[in-house]
Design a protein around this ligand. Structure first.
Ligand code: ZN
Length: 311
């Protein structure tokens, strides 16, 4: 049996998994992301942990197909990371640098893109080759896998669904600097911002008013309990998502849409709402595209990183 390492590099923690190439997670662990000096120690830290694991597990280097890295920033086809604000990285040839550091085969991908690949390999998209994934968390990420390959694009911006423009005349700015991005309305933070605005001008009573620090989960929970304002907010989120996903599908026409990220824990209320609007807005030929919840949760990125290493 051969093995591969999947490394999901986040702004606060780095998740590392050892996988057998038939898709089983053998072992996983986490280290803190050391962002000192513009993240210059991050790769060294990962290399160190992996070398220890190889020794501990008594692995031979020729049993290891390599290390896949998922990073929170745009990645070009050549494995150049085009800057990661969360890590302090500027443009850097990560693939080449890490290959030299470890002497192993290395592949790099954008974190949301590799999560989509992971779901395709061993998660909700298993058995499919054309998968669109959207990740609803603090922000909104996405990944598009066509013919089993990530569409990363010329600038590494492929799959940046969260920054599709969906609304004019938005006064607040998105994290990316634009105004009116999808992320501003349907991410966990976006939903809360929209709810706060609504609670200000809508005078109806609502159980949402009892929360001192309102969270996206509270809004979904209260909608499930029948609170009319919460229902309207969730309905609006589903409408925007259904509309955006329908637009994407008329361009790439995937077999399945996978919804992941912390917000997706809301479950059926979210998927059924998205489906309703997706069917309303989609081009007739793809109006019945399957829409499902992700399965691998926080491990999807590690799985995808290992899949990146396979031909
Ligand atoms: Zn944006």
């Amino acid at each position: 049996m051969k093995y591969g390492f999947g490394v999901d590099i986040g702004g606060t923690t780095i998740k590392i998994g050892l996988f057998s190439i038939d898709g089983k997670l053998v072992d996983k662990w986490e280290i803190q992301t050391n962002k000192i000096d513009n993240g210059k120690y991050i790769l060294q830290d990962i290399a160190h942990v992996i070398q220890n694991k190889i020794a501990l597990q008594n692995l031979n280097k020729n049993e290891i197909i390599g290390i896949g890295l998922g990073v929170p920033g745009p990645v070009t086809k050549e494995g150049v990371v085009n800057g990661c604000v969360n890590l302090g990285w500027k443009a850097q040839k990560i693939e080449e640098d890490f290959k030299q550091m470890t002497g192993l085969n290395v592949k790099v991908g954008n974190d949301a893109n590799v999560a989509a690949l992971g779901e395709m390999w061993q998660g909700a998209g298993k058995g499919y080759q054309d998968v669109l994934m959207i990740t609803l968390g603090t922000g909104v990420g996405g990944g598009c896998v066509l013919n089993g390959k990530i569409v990363s694009g010329v600038h590494g911006a492929g799959g940046e669904i969260g920054h599709m423009h969906v609304k004019d005349n938005e006064k607040s700015a998105c994290g990316c600097g634009n105004h009116g991005c999808l992320e501003q309305y349907v991410s966990a933070t976006g939903i809360v911002t929209q709810a706060r605005k609504k609670l200000l001008y809508d005078e109806r009573s609502s159980s949402l008013r009892k929360y001192f620090s309102l969270e996206a989960k509270n809004i979904y929970d209260e909608a499930k309990e029948g609170d009319s304002i919460a229902i309207e907010i969730v309905n609006n989120v589903c409408k925007i998502l259904g509309n955006s996903l329908a637009s994407i599908c008329s361009v790439i026409d995937p077999e399945i849409i996978v919804i992941g990220g912390g917000v997706s824990k809301a479950g059926d209320i979210l998927t059924s709402g998205i489906k309703k609007y997706f069917q309303k807005y989609a081009f007739h030929a793809c109006a019945n595209t399957e829409i499902v919840l992700a399965k691998l949760e926080n491990d999807a990125g590690m799985y995808g990183c290992v899949k990146l290493l396979m031909k």
